[in-house]
Design a protein around this ligand. Structure first.
Ligand SMILES: Cc1ncc(COP(=O)(O)O)c(C=O)c1O
Length: 459
């Protein structure tokens, strides 16, 4: 089919996730055709360096033969096996075992979902089951962070704290609450690490006191906030929040959908601070985006409490047709092999180079803040560095960034509030990181050269 025909069908029929339906119909899609390593090709043959790993997921890069072979072999042998009625498949069992062995602490029990949203939704359901099993059903409130993202199911969208997901959606639900995020750059007053950490701990304690100390079930957070603008909390924040939850007697849930599988360095970001959550959600890097799959890890205590308080022969009523899908699981195993055979180590090396290159961008006229954690980075743009002024919406910086980036052959995330997100594949070479940073600098220079942007800039 010709590109023109595809574009026309897309405009007429395909609803895109989190998009302006009007813009999508007006401008049509950019159609990707193939990928290899860190590189993508669009349908017109244009080469693009993927600085965002698709949607922070293709951690091992495109076109990995071992992953394709594992999927092909599994698909030919057994493309589907239900997990219902006691059935299972070999790859799903093996993957659960290997993940449990690598997960922090006693997060030994794993429920597979199809992605991150339903992993979060599953976690919320398991929390409910757990509170009932414990005899504390009144503990129903759940607290998240401002700017947090926890997916797009009905319940997840309410725990998410981004306006687009709440508009006309009647969420957050009455039991969902948010406290300010550990956003040092825009933290009011003193913004040193200790002050930011203390403010978060105090906000959590105050929120629990306000809702009732015996009415709160759990606190959810991303170890690094991704879709909220790559907000990297100070070192020590994660462990301080984990400790506060222990003190408050509420569950601590780490949403590692982006940070899991090497994005910040180790397999799970919690490992950096020796944090053992009560529950952990993952997706994306679990299969590196080669097939849909997510997972919820439950601590032994949560699992056994639910098990022991469910009468014999009675089902724990949560499941999906594609839970523990054998092809996704076979892909997960092949991807885990790649992580352990060098991709994680390469990510650490490439991440150090990325940090050294991006830190020099702090001097750019448009750059207010650079935030980096491994192969995850955010660059916040301002028109007045001293006053930290966000660019006026009329300048349409985000759409300029995305358009110019594409023209210059580099893909990154241009968040609506003028923050650039980077998450290159962990297989990136140092040379590819240089190309990424050179092209990104050229994009920023071009935007800064726009007459209206130049007029708005205050040095
Ligand atoms: C932290 C976090 N949780 C949950 C999700 C939802 O995952 P999915 O898009 O696979 O449903 C995302 C997606 O970006 C995420 O970043």
């Amino acid at each position: 089919m010709t590109p023109e025909k595809l574009i026309s069908i897309d405009r007429d029929h395909l609803i895109h996730p989190v998009s302006s339906w009007r813009d999508q119909e007006q401008f049509g899609p950019r159609i990707l055709h193939s990928g290899h390593g860190t590189w993508l090709k669009d349908i017109h043959g244009k080469e693009l360096l993927d600085g965002f790993s698709g949607l922070w997921c293709v951690n091992v890069g495109y076109g990995c033969k071992s992953v394709v072979e594992a999927a092909t072999e599994q698909m030919a042998r057994l493309p589907y096996a239900t997990g219902y009625f006691g059935y299972a498949s070999e790859p799903a069992i093996t993957l659960a075992g290997r993940l449990a062995a690598r997960a922090p602490g006693n997060l030994n029990r794993i429920f597979f979902s199809q992605g991150g949203s339903d992993a979060v939704d599953s976690a919320l359901r398991f929390i409910r089951f757990y509170q009932h099993a414990k005899g504390t059903p009144e503990r129903r409130h759940v607290i998240g962070l401002a700017r947090g993202y926890h997916g797009s199911t009905y319940t997840g969208a309410g725990l998410t704290a981004l306006a687009a997901f709440h508009r006309d959606a009647d969420v957050p639900l009455s039991w969902q609450h948010h406290i300010p995020s550990p956003y040092a750059y825009r933290h009011p007053g003193d913004n040193n690490d200790a002050a930011v950490i203390a403010a978060s701990v105090a906000a959590l304690k105050a929120k629990v006191a306000e809702l009732g100390p015996d009415k709160v079930a759990a606190f959810f957070c991303e170890p690094v906030q991704g879709s909220g603008g790559v907000i990297v909390p100070p070192k020590g924040w994660l462990s301080a929040m984990r400790e506060a939850c222990r003190e408050l007697g509420i569950l601590f849930v780490a949403d590692e959908v982006i940070t899991g599988f090497g994005r910040t360095g180790p397999l799970f970001a919690c490992e950096r601070e020796n944090v053992v959550p009560d529950m952990m959600t993952v997706a994306k890097g679990l299969t590196s985006g080669y097939a849909p799959m997510g997972a919820v890890f439950l601590s032994e205590d949560i699992y056994t409490t639910i098990r022991d308080n469910t009468p014999p022969g009675v089902a724990v009523g949560h499941g999906m047709t594609y839970s523990a899908h054998p092809v996704s699981a076979a892909i997960g195993l092949a991807v885990l092999d790649l992580y352990e055979q060098g991709v994680l180590a390469n990510g650490v090396k490439a991440g150090a180079h990325l940090a050294s290159r991006l830190n020099t961008l702090a001097d750019h006229a448009l750059v207010g803040d650079v935030r980096i954690s491994g192969m995850l980075a955010g660059i916040e743009l301002v028109t007045d560095k001293k006053a930290k002024t966000k660019p006026d919406a009329s300048l349409k910086i985000a759409s300029k960034l995305a358009r110019i980036g594409y023209d210059k052959g580099v893909l990154f995330r241009a968040f609506g509030d003028d923050i650039i997100g980077l998450a290159p594949p962990l297989c990136c070479s140092v040379e590819e990181i240089d190309i990424l940073c050179d092209r990104l600098t050229a994009v920023l220079d071009t935007v800064a050269d726009d007459a209206n942007v130049r007029a708005a800039l205050r040095q």
